[in-house]
Ligand binder design. Structure first.
Ligand code: ADP
Ligand code: MG
Length: 331
């Protein structure tokens, strides 16, 4: 069982940033409104995610750490998934390659804690916590030196962690996010902070993008709000004057999940082709929403590819919506 989990860990948790992604997605699935991430040494020695979500019942703590145990689907409707998680693989995989402590409290119960060290699960014990869940992962990959060797510098791993958090923060503007770096001392230094936004979707997103991408983006962005054949496209796209030499600042989401996808990047290029040369890329934060049955965003657990059942609709919608918005803005 431990060996199986260690192999699976390579699939789900390639590096600290993938562990952070899984833990924050779990917090979001639990309805958290505030999420704090503490990291030490680029996540190699400590990753701790604290949320104010609905918590895990004490009696379910061992179950949450069992392979293929998920509370999110019953197995009958695999095509219709509305949560980030549904495989029940992340927690057991991470617990197999480090020391994991989960402390949690649901309404009406006392807090409880469980520790898993290198895959060996301890007993559920009483703990102190007012609300939500704290998942702490220590010494990730120290039990698998071959994998540890492949990690990059603390700085590089920290950068990858910040990227993951920023993308999730863009997709969830009503949730407050903080990253604290504990490398120097236990009090830590806040390296990223995005306060919970309020108001309608565009207000919330615009406020969130201002704090992540900066005022210059916000001041040069067009609001996008379009629909075609049941597919909607919302978000902000920069004027051609605000472009970059790479596509790193193109943030694309499908049903709330950050994706990297050739088809979508190609659609963006098409939309701006009259204004930008091929080596310039507009900064965008765009959200495609469509029925979960019409898209597969889970081709590989750790990758961010998408497969559309009808790629033409998604592409056509992006090109026409952005061209219209640019034309309306006088381009
Ligand atoms: P999945 O997210 O695919 O269900 P995970 O291994 O990530 O699988 O988590 C297993 C289970 O543990 C979840 O289904 C959920 O019930 C519970 N869980 C994990 N993290 C949290 C959290 N932060 N708050 C509440 N429940 C959680
Ligand atoms: Mg999960």
């Amino acid at each position: 069982e431990v060996a199986v989990n260690r192999i699976a860990a390579g699939e789900v948790v390639e590096r600290p940033a993938s562990a952070v992604k899984e833990l924050i997605e779990n917090a979001l699935d639990a309805g958290a409104t505030r999420i704090e991430l503490c990291v030490k040494d680029g996540g190699k020695t400590l990753i701790r995610v604290t949320d104010d979500g609905h918590g895990i019942p004490a009696q379910d703590l061992p179950l949450a750490l069992s392979r293929h145990a998920t509370s999110k689907i019953d197995g009958t409707d695999l095509l219709n998934i509305h949560t980030f998680g549904f495989r029940g693989e992340a927690l057991p995989s991470m617990a197999a390659v480090g020391r994991m402590t989960i402390t949690s409290r649901i309404a009406g119960q006392d807090a409880a804690q469980i520790v898993v060290d290198g895959g060996a699960m301890g007993a559920v014990t009483p703990a102190a916590l007012t609300k939500g869940t704290v998942v702490e992962l220590r010494n990730l990959f120290y039990a698998t030196p071959a994998r540890l060797k492949f990690l990059r510098t603390d700085r590089a791993e920290m950068g990858a962690i910040a990227d993951v958090v920023k993308k999730l923060a863009m997709a969830e503007p009503y949730v407050g996010f903080t990253i604290r770096d504990l490398s120097r001392d236990d009090k830590g230094r806040v390296t990223f902070r995005a306060d919970a936004q309020s108001g309608d979707m565009f207000d919330a997103l615009s406020g969130r993008l201002r704090s992540i991408l900066g005022a210059e983006f916000a001041d040069n962005a067009l609001a996008i709000d379009a629909e075609r054949d049941g597919v909607t496209l919302t978000g902000y796209a920069a004027l051609p004057t605000y472009s970059r030499g790479n596509s790193i600042s193109q943030f694309l989401f499908v049903n709330g999940r950050p994706v990297r996808d050739k088809l979508l990047v190609g659609a963006l290029r098409g939309a701006y082709s009259d204004f930008l040369s091929r080596d310039r890329h507009p900064v965008v934060a765009l959200f495609l929403e469509l029925e979960p049955t019409k898209v597969d965003v889970n081709v590989h657990p750790a990758k961010a590819e998408v497969r559309f059942r009808d790629p033409g609709t998604a592409r056509g919608l992006i090109v026409s919506a952005l061209k219209h918005a640019l034309a309306d803005a006088g381009h």
